[in-house]
Every structure is written in structure tokens, then in C-alpha cells.
Design a protein around this ligand. Sequence first.
Ligand SMILES: [Zn+2]
Length: 290
Amino acid sequence: MPELPEVEGVVRELAPAVEGKTVKKVEFSKTVYESCAAGKQCIVKNLEPSFLEEAMQDMFIKKVTRRSKYIYFEVEKNHQPFLFVNHLGMTGAWFVVYSLNEIHEEKFRKHVHAVFTLDSGELLVFSDIRRFGEMRLLTTLEDHPPLLEMAPEPFDEEACTYFLEKCKLPKYQSKPIKEVIMDGQVISGCGNIYATEALFKMGIHPARKVSRISKERKIQLFETIRDILRESIENGGSTISDYRNINGEAGGMQHRLKMYGKKQCSACGSNTKSMTIGGRTSVYCPQCQH
Ligand SMILES: [Zn+2]
């Protein structure tokens, strides 16, 4: 699943490729239409796909940015601003090409669910193998309240204080630390991969209760998460399964991971263990993490 660094990688490439261009036409796949008719709203959320196709026509793309794991397309039509919000879900990927044949890997080519024709003649293509991706057209952030509840960006100055304050809330005190650092209302953009790595680096057991970690250790943990996210951005993100940048390239961070997906601890050689925390598989070293 793409996490913050992977989404940042997509945005850094998408922005120069599409900013300043205008959408001339949008076409959603048959699957998107059929799921909407069946009440499932695959990919296109809270709108009829046909409505979104029409609404996006002649939409000018001003700016593409990232907020947590969301991609924000700041768009404008007839001088009215809108926000087109995309979440990559598990396997969403964007491509900017002149023809679908330019998408080299068949699995992405076979699962194209949205094609935006730009005034440059290029196609902005959204492919999603498992179809957990999301697209919404909003007039303001209030249209989709979860966007207002996200923690600050981890690189923002106030993010660590925000994290410490959240940890004090009764609902988080008795929870396992791993579940809490993966909660987007506590820290933005720290998913399973980076939570696993940060806890290993800090020697903290993923199931340790929040209340049993000192303030100093919490600050160090926050800084470790932030540093790992930054390191991953610099290395093009982690390609665990189906993450690709807009040129279809994989990232390099997966080669730097020390615990996620490992059978043996890279520090002491012990066999790693795994347990389910907050519905996610958590790998840890029983010797190094307490
Ligand atoms: Zn170990």
C-alpha cells in the first residue's frame, strides 16, 4: 500500500506533468459504472461517474499537492475553484502517456479505471488493480470531514506536540503504540511499513501501551518516524507490491528496510515474530523490542 513517501513521489512527478493543463474529457471504466449502479461506488465516491465526467470537462489543473496520503488536485472551471481529491488505496497508480500502450506492465494496463484527456493531447491515466482507490470532487474540505481531522504533516513544526497531546487522550492511553502511530488523526501518513521500521529502530515492542512509554521516548519515536519518512522520500519510496511512479518505475526504499517483511532480525539474527495489532500484521524482534 502506498504510504506518505510513495504518495509524495507520485505528486512530485505528477505536478510538473499536469499543472497548467486542462482536462478535455474524462472516461471511467465499465467496472466503475457497474459498481456505482450496484451501489458499491468503486473509485468514484459520492457522485455518479457520468456526473464527474461532465464536471471535470474543461477543468483547469492549477496545482497538485499532497496532504497525508491524499493527492489534492486544485482545479478551476469558470473561475470557480474545486478540489479533486484522490487516494491511491492499495494499488492505485497514475500515468501520463500519449497512448495506453505506453503503460508497460500489463497488470496496470488491464486495470485502467479513469482516463483524463488533457489539452496537450496527453492522457492522465488512473490504474487500480484492487480498486480501493478513491476520487472525489469537493467544493471545500468540509464536503469530506475526514480530511479536516487529519493530523498535521509530520514535517510541520507543530506535529510532534500534536502527537504528544493526542497520546494523552484516554482513548489512546491504553492502546498499543503501533496502532496509535498508524492512526492518521495522531500522525499523518505513517502506515504499516514505516511504523514497523520506527518501532524496531527505537527498540519498542509494537504492542506496548502508549501510557507505558515516557514523554522523552515518545518524542524520540516521533522524530524517528519523521526521519524514516524523509529517508524514504529521498529514496523514491518503497515498492512492496504494486506501487509505481508515473513513469512506471519502482522505488528503492524497500532495500533499506530493516524489519518490515523480515524473517530474521537484522540486528541480532533472532527469528522475528508477528502479531496482529489494529487489524494489521506487525513484525518485530522479540529480543530487541520491549
Ligand atoms: Zn533482534
